[in-house]
Design a protein around this ligand. Structure first.
Ligand code: UTP
Length: 300
C-alpha cells in the first residue's frame, strides 16, 4: 500500500446521545467551534492531506450535513445584495473545485465499523482515510491526517492515530500494544478495546484518524457484533493485526480535543477563541471576568 490516499470517509451517522437535547435536531458534527462546524475542521484536514473525494456516511436525520456542503442560492443572493462580501465568501465555496462529495446511508446505527463498511462500494481497492469529526485535532504545522498519510506512503501499511492518555483513562479508549517506537511511529502488535487500567498493554489510545488498507472491508464483513451489539472498527483492525497485516500507531503532532464530550467542546472553544485574531483579547477578558465573578460568588 504505497499509494497516496485520495478518499476520506466521515462516519457521521451516530446518534450523538451525549449532546441531547441539542442533537435531537442538530447533528453533533454541526456543533460549532466559534463559527465553523466540527465537520468543516475535519474536511479541511482531509483536503490538506491530499484527499479529493469525501465520503459522508449519514442517516436520514443528518440533512444538515449535506445542506452545509450544498449551494445556498437564496442566502448568497441576499448577502450579495447587502454588500456583505466577507460573509458571502465564507458561504460561497465550502469546498475547493477539485473536491467532490459522496453521501452514503447507514440505515441503522450498528457501530463505527458498520458505518465504515457502508462506504465500501465507493472506496474500491485502494487505501483510504477515516476521520471522526468529533475528534478535533489542531496543529500549527501539518494536520494530523497529512502526517499520517505521509507516513503511510512510506510504510505501505495501515496507520492509526494514537495519543498518550493517563493510565486511569484507558477504559475509555482502544489501547494499542507496539513493538516500541521509532520517532513518531511504532508497529502495532495488538489492540484492546477499553481495557481496565490494570489490564492495559500501554497508555497509547486510539483517536479518530485512520489510514486503512482496502482489506479492512473483508475484515469488517467477518467481524461479528462486539461491545454494545455494534460492529467495532477496532475488532476488524485487531483481526488484521493478528493475521500479520502491518499497522503502525502514529503519535501525531498536535492537540486533540474530544468534542464528543462536553468538556472537550468547551476546551476547544476556549483554545480557538484565545488563538483567534479578533476574539483573543475579548475572550481573555471575558474568561477573567467569569473567574472573578465566581471567586466573588464562592466567597459570598
Ligand atoms: P460515538 O461513539 O461518538 O457515538 O461514534 P455517537 O453516536 O456519535 O455519540 P454518543 O456516544 O451517542 O454521544 C464515533 C463516530 O462514529 C460515528 C459517529 O457519528 C461518530 O463520528 N458512528 C457511530 C456512525 O457513523 N455510525 C454508528 O452506528 C455509530
Amino acid at each position: 500500500m504505497t499509494q497516496r490516499i485520495r478518499k476520506a470517509v466521515f462516519p457521521v451517522a451516530g446518534l450523538g446521545t451525549r449532546f441531547l437535547p441539542a442533537t435531537k435536531t442538530v447533528p453533533k458534527e454541526m456543533l460549532p467551534i466559534i463559527d465553523r462546524p466540527l465537520i468543516q475542521y475535519a474536511v479541511d484536514e482531509a483536503i490538506e492531506a491530499g484527499c479529493d473525494t469525501l465520503v459522508f456516511v449519514t442517516n436520514r436525520y443528518k440533512h444538515a450535513v449535506a445542506d452545509y456542503f450544498d449551494k445556498a442560492y437564496e442566502l448568497e443572493q441576499k448577502l450579495e445584495r447587502a454588500g456583505k462580501l466577507e460573509q458571502l465568501d465564507k458561504v460561497r465555496n465550502p469546498l475547493p473545485d477539485h473536491v467532490r462529495v459522496i453521501f452514503v446511508t447507514q440505515t441503522e446505527a450498528l457501530g463505527l465499523g458498520h458505518a465504515v463498511l457502508c462506504a465500501k462500494p465507493v472506496i474500491g481497492d485502494e487505501p483510504f482515510a477515516v476521520l471522526l469529526p468529533d475528534d478535533l485535532i489542531w496543529n500549527r504545522g501539518d494536520g494530523a491526517l497529512k502526517q499520517m498519510a505521509d507516513h503511510a506512503e512510506r510504510s505501505g501499511g495501515g496507520v492509526i492515530a494514537v495519543q498518550n492518555v493517563p493510565q486511569e483513562k484507558t477504559s475509555s479508549y482502544g489501547i494499542v500494544a507496539t513493538q516500541g517506537f521509532e520517532g513518531r511511529h511504532g508497529r502495532i502488535t495488538g489492540m484492546v478495546e477499553k481495557p481496565k487500567p490494570a489490564d492495559a498493554p500501554s497508555t497509547l489510545a486510539v483517536v479518530g484518524r485512520y489510514v486503512l488498507p482496502p482489506g479492512i472491508f473483508d475484515a469488517l464483513e467477518a467481524t461479528g457484533r462486539g461491545a454494545g451489539g455494534e460492529i467495532q472498527l477496532t475488532d476488524a483492525m485487531a483481526a488484521m493485526i493478528g493475521a500479520g497485516r502491518p499497522y503502525d500507531a502514529y503519535r501525531f503532532q498536535g492537540t486533540r480535543f474530544d468534542c464528543g464530550t462536553h468538556i472537550g467542546l468547551i476546551e476547544a472553544t476556549i483554545r480557538f477563541a484565545l488563538d483567534h485574531e479578533k476574539l483573543s483579547e475579548p475572550a481573555r477578558e471575558s474568561m477573567q471576568r467569569a473567574l472573578d465573578d465566581l471567586g466573588v460568588a464562592d466567597n459570598a
